[in-house]
Write a protein that binds this ligand. Structure first.
Ligand code: PRP
Length: 179
């Protein structure tokens, strides 16, 4: 896999340092509470696992999966729910954990849906923010890094389902997706 990486954007060490900072921030802001950490499959899995292990307050885990309607429809903003939460969130403090915010369609849909279930709060924690690609105005409440508009892979992020298990975030060589 490493030979397909043009350059490393965020190293394993940079990721772990920033994740520890985010975890400390969440620990302090949610002290005395037990937030429900909602991971959005599949991209967030690495970030989710490391973030939760770096936190020291009690948390609960749950997952959702979202998909766009058919090929190329991401730009249309139409998304659908593939896997819902296992439990009710009424009155809960929910933290949505995402790997990346791009257009913002996914999180805007999710936020609307989660709020309709009357939680006490919903906050977004995203590792990467590709702010230049935003179509709908949505911001992360907790953010790891700003990310340039490059084809990023690794640490959960894929190209055709590959590279998710790279321990860093890298830029994919053009030759890989242009061949
Ligand atoms: C990615 C990412 C976010 C979404 C962000 O998921 O994990 O959920 O896209 O894009 P948006 O802001 O334009 O909506 P993807 O659909 O690639 O699925 P995956 O997590 O399984 O890789």
């Amino acid at each position: 896999m490493h030979q397909d990486v043009e350059s490393i954007m965020f190293s394993k060490e940079q990721l772990q340092t920033r994740i520890a900072e985010l975890a400390a921030q969440l620990d302090s802001e949610y002290a005395g509470k037990t937030p429900l950490m909602v991971g959005i499959l599949k991209g967030s899995v690495m970030f989710y696992a490391d973030l939760l292990r770096a936190m020291t307050i009690p948390v609960e885990m749950d997952f959702m999966a979202i998909s766009s309607y058919g090929a190329g429809s991401k730009s249309s903003g139409e998304v659908k729910l593939i896997k819902d939460l296992d439990r009710k969130i009424e009155g809960r403090d929910v933290i949505v954990v995402e790997d990346i915010i791009d257009s913002g369609y996914t999180l805007s849909y999710l936020k609307r849906m989660l709020y309709s279930r009357k939680p006490s709060s919903v906050k977004i924690c995203a590792l990467l923010d590709k702010y230049s690609r935003r179509v709908v105005p949505i911001e992360a409440d907790y953010k790891g890094f700003d990310c340039e508009d490059e084809f990023v892979i690794g640490f959960g992020l894929d190209y055709a389902e590959r590279y998710r298990n790279l321990p860093y975030i890298g830029i994919l060589k053009r030759s890989v997706y242009e061949k």
